[in-house]
Design a protein around this ligand. Structure first.
Ligand code: WT7
Length: 670
């Protein structure tokens, strides 16, 4: 990459951990980095030993790129580690899940109760013919039964494939067929922004499209049928779908009557725990696989150190279990630690824009883990919402999903954390299984916008196009500022074991760009303190007049302007410069567009970054096209800016947003 990128976006604020936080932290000695770097296998083995194994491993790691095996020969069960070992000891009466539904209903489930619930469900799945080595599709709202189902599968040795409840029938059908699932577990419906998401009806549509491997559909009654009163509220109208006798079974008809005795299958460390499909921007979704021993070790260790997880914490991760964040930091990581997780079903603005803060206040959450896209929405909505709630229980804040702009980081730190709570920006992927880059809150001074350092035992390098590298091994090394491709050069326990049934695509996507190194697909910049600054996907790097400029850096500069809430930047084909910068901007609450604003914003970017980053076009918009996981689809914005017909919009949360945007953009041009 060019020199330009190295000089962009200067950020000099640093926030060292407070003495008080440090004194109580699970990790507060920087030696952990040296110890882990000197012997990564020994480091990971020390974490694996803190799990309960039925039989020990004979080999810690066997790595034949692109595949690694961890704790080879060991026998273990993930559900045993997430439930039984807590239920059978001092944590039997400790809440495992505190849950809040969108309509305001709430439940608390202890580890003891969860053992019974999951065992009954596991027996029910067995009665439907599900056993070790089978696969189960899960298409459910964020209710405790979603976590129960994941763990019931793990208990009997079946792999789960959770499909986010916002995905379409086609998506569910495609994923169910790819994984050859025997059973789909769903609910009649789930609540989202005051409406019912008709899950069972969508499963019926998927079945009509054809899922020949599926023999049964297990249906939890969550929302109730039309006109029924559930949770004190009459149920609005929705498409009920059709009930197929013999195929479709109500949960309440077979689960409660099962025995609570269901021994855990002894699984090989390398047996499949789950498949999770990632909806790449093009092509068929990739079935990312994770196995048992290594995945659990990675999520267990990172939960304990990155979130500083303690027995008295209330861990609120706002991600849905349809995403890897929900797998690793709602279910497996926290529960392997015997923690209490706070789980919320619905939207952050239902019934009002203070919902998250009300939840934090009511349940006294101590840890909050959410995404930059949500944080920027909160900024847009205004501080009156968080300021109306008592959030003094919070002690740590986390961010995940995309680079967090320094301004959003500062807002999170000041408005939500009141300057008291360390902010951990955590970089990782569905493929990595657990957090790879993050501050350790009792050790690492943070810088707003930087994910800081690789987790102990993780080897990150920054490669140039040609593959020459700068290695990042620890905080005390000095590095020359440089930018390039993020690669992981050593295996780690929770790394994916490949794409389900597609080894060639796995090799090509991640392991062909550089020899024997995992290519993550993200751009990254290393500063003079050895801190990592994620720059987004490499296809989000623009080439403007021969200079590499990250869309994210221009976005951060825009969001830095007092009137801007959110910005999406793309490179638009340009005759002379190769690419010109075009920006789509949403204004903050209380700010209006005015005749000189666009010019002011262009100047602001030029001032913050340099004239070469000055956008050619800025378009003020009310909304941006986002995927269901909240990622801005820049590909579609490129189509809009370049006047092309819109490409595939099926992965968008709301396809209407982009077509309306296109119309307005085109009429503003003429
Ligand atoms: C991609 C992975 C990891 C759980 C959620 C997303 C981006 C993720 C960060 C971060 C900058 C980030 C990367 C990565 N990303 N976290 N803290 N800073 N970028 O999982 O859907 O597999 O997406 O999300 O581009 O490659 P995913």
């Amino acid at each position: 990459m060019s020199e330009t990128i190295q000089t962009l976006l200067q950020e000099n604020r640093t926030f060292p951990p407070s003495e008080a936080f440090k004194a109580q932290a699970n990790a507060n000695d920087a030696k952990i980095y040296e110890t882990a770097a000197a012997d990564p296998e020994g480091f990971w083995e020390s974490w694996a030993r803190q799990l309960d194994w039925f039989e020990p491993w004979h080999t810690v790691c066997d790595f034949k790129p692109p595949y690694a095996q961890w704790f080879v020969g060991g026998k273990i069960n993930a559900a045993y580690n997430c439930i039984d070992r807590h239920a059978n000891s001092t944590r039997s009466d400790k809440p495992a899940i505190i849950w809040e539904g969108e309509p305001g209903d709430s439940r608390t489930i202890t580890y003891g109760e969860m053992l019974d619930e999951v065992s009954r469900l596991a027996n029910a799945l067995k009665s439907l013919g599900v056993g070790k080595g089978d696969r189960v599709s899960i298409y459910m709202p964020m209710v405790p039964e979603l976590a129960f189902t994941m763990l019931a599968c793990a208990r009997i040795g079946a792999a789960h494939s959770v499909v986010f409840g916002g995905f379409s029938a086609e998506s569910l059908e495609e994923r169910t067929n790819d994984a050859q699932c025997k059973v789909i577990v769903t609910a009649d419906g789930g609540w989202r922004r005051g409406h019912i998401v008709p899950l069972k009806a969508t499963v019926d549509e998927a079945m009509d499209l054809g899922c020949p491997s599926v023999t049964n559909i297990l249906v939890l009654k969550r929302s109730g049928q039309e006109g029924e009163i559930t949770n004190g509220l009459p149920t609005p109208k929705y498409n009920e779908g059709s009930w197929v006798e013999g195929r479709d079974i109500w949960w309440h008809d077979i689960v409660p009557q099962q025995s609570t005795d269901c021994p855990c299958e002894s699984m090989d460390s390398e047996d499949l725990l789950f498949i999770l499909y990632t909806s790449g921007s093009t092509g068929k979704p990739k079935g990312i696989t994770h196995t048992t021993g290594g995945y659990l070790t990675g999520t267990f260790a990172t939960s304990k150190l990155v979130f500083d997880l303690k027995d008295n914490d209330i861990h609120f991760c706002t991600a849905d279990c349809g995403w890897v964040t929900g797998h690793s930091y709602v279910v497996y990581g926290p529960m392997a630690n015997g923690a209490t997780v706070l789980m919320y079903e619905g939207a952050p603005d239902a019934p009002d824009k203070d919902r998250f803060w009300r939840i934090v206040e009511k349940h006294k959450a101590t840890i909050l883990y959410t995404a930059p896209t949500a944080i920027r929405a909160f900024m847009k909505w205004g501080i009156q919402y968080p300021d109306g709630c008592d959030m003094s229980s919070l002690r740590l804040l986390g961010s995940v999903g995309e680079p967090i702009n320094p301004e959003a980081w500062m807002w999170y730190h000041e408005v939500i954390g009141k300057g008291r709570c360390p902010v951990v920006d955590t970089w990782w992927q569905t493929e990595t299984g657990s957090i790879m880059i993050s501050a350790l809150p009792g050790i690492t001074p943070t810088k707003p916008g930087s994910a800081t350092q690789p987790f102990p035992g993780i080897s990150v390098s920054v490669y140039s196009e040609s593959g020459s590298s700068v290695e990042v091994t620890g905080p005390d090394q000095l590095h020359k500022a440089t930018g390039g491709f993020l690669v992981l050069t050593k295996p780690w326990p929770s790394m994916t074991r490949g794409i389900f049934n597609d080894p060639a695509r796995f090799q090509k996507t991640y392991w062909s760009r550089f020899e024997n190194a995992y290519f993550a697909g993200d751009g990254v910049k290393l500063d003079e303190d050895g801190y990592l600054w994620l720059l987004g996907r490499v296809d989000d790097i623009m080439l403007v007049a021969g200079h590499n400029i990250s869309t994210m850096e221009v976005e951060s500069a825009l969001v830095d302007h007092p009137s801007v809430a959110e910005a999406a930047v793309i490179g638009k084909t340009h005759e002379v410069k190769g690419q010109a910068i075009a920006a789509f901007v949403i204004l903050r609450h209380g700010h209006e567009n005015h005749p000189t604003l666009v010019d002011e914003l262009k100047k602001h970017v030029a001032h913050k970054i340099g004239a070469l980053a000055r956008p050619d076009d800025i378009f003020i918009s009310a909304e941006l096209p986002k995927t269901r996981s909240g990622k801005i689809m820049r590909r579609l914005l490129r189509d809009v800016a370049e006047g092309r017909a819109l490409g595939d919009t099926t992965t968008l949360a709301d396809p209407n947003v982009v077509s309306a945007l296109k119309d307005k953009y085109e009429s503003s041009e003429s």
